[in-house]
Design a protein around this ligand. Sequence first.
Ligand code: NDP
Length: 253
Amino acid sequence: MTDLNGRHAVVTGGGSGIGLAIARALAEAGAAVTITGRREAALRDAAAATPGLHPQVMDVTDEASVVDGFAAAVAARGPVTICVANAGIAEGRNLAKMDLAFWRKILSTNLDGAFLTLREAMKSMHDQDWGRVIAVSSIAGVRGLKGAPAYTASKHGVIGLIRGLSEDYMRSPITFNAICPGYVDTDIVTRNTAEISARAGLSEEEARQTMIRANRHKRLIDADEIAAAALWLCDPRSGSVNGQCIEISGGQT
Ligand code: NDP
């Protein structure tokens, strides 16, 4: 059993989907987990349902909000020793139909948000004797995703950020890794089903089947499968795994 007693984890986007599954797994292993997001009610409900989760409203596109959110979490629960940069949005739009505002919305949440999150996390992690940084990228971080060039660029960027940091901190006891999921059964997939169905002229069921068929096991992935990988990365025995992208996609790539 991975023992995370005494650890303080921050999980962005921890009020739903993959982030919540990761937060629960870390809390069950003994960590105090700050879960962040914009929707206060979702965070409060999640924290009420699982001991060890603590809500903190924080918008990753807003620098002051991230600085203040981390400061409040550190004041309440001590230095951060695990940081999971998970918050993200997934929307598709072809280049010809993409204005600068759309591009910036995706990049500012997925890539600037990861940068701000990890910068604030490292302020309290850099002098600790142990640390784990995990970013939730996507299979769109290692290959092109049709109809979603901005999302693809943002998720490639997240992997670049992780690889760069793993070099910069190579002599520290902190590891930096990315998890790259395929289609996971969360709200994002539900929203994408509607979007793909409208864009491609498919029924919602046909759009959902397209995502299911992308996985060689012909199913959506459960968020707990992603959480298991994050928990493993927090185990002392994975301390030599550094600067890697772990694909969990049912063989999609
Ligand atoms: P969810 O929509 O459930 O989770 C997204 C989370 O990000 C929400 O909790 C949301 O909280 C938070 N978030 C979004 N924008 C912001 C913001 N500006 N500031 C703070 N928090 C924000 O979907 P998933 O759990 O599926 O997504 C989690 C991550 O996994 C994302 O990065 C996504 O790209 C990635 N991913 C998902 C896949 C899938 O198939 N589901 C596949 C590959 C990667 P709130 O709304 O309260 O702000």
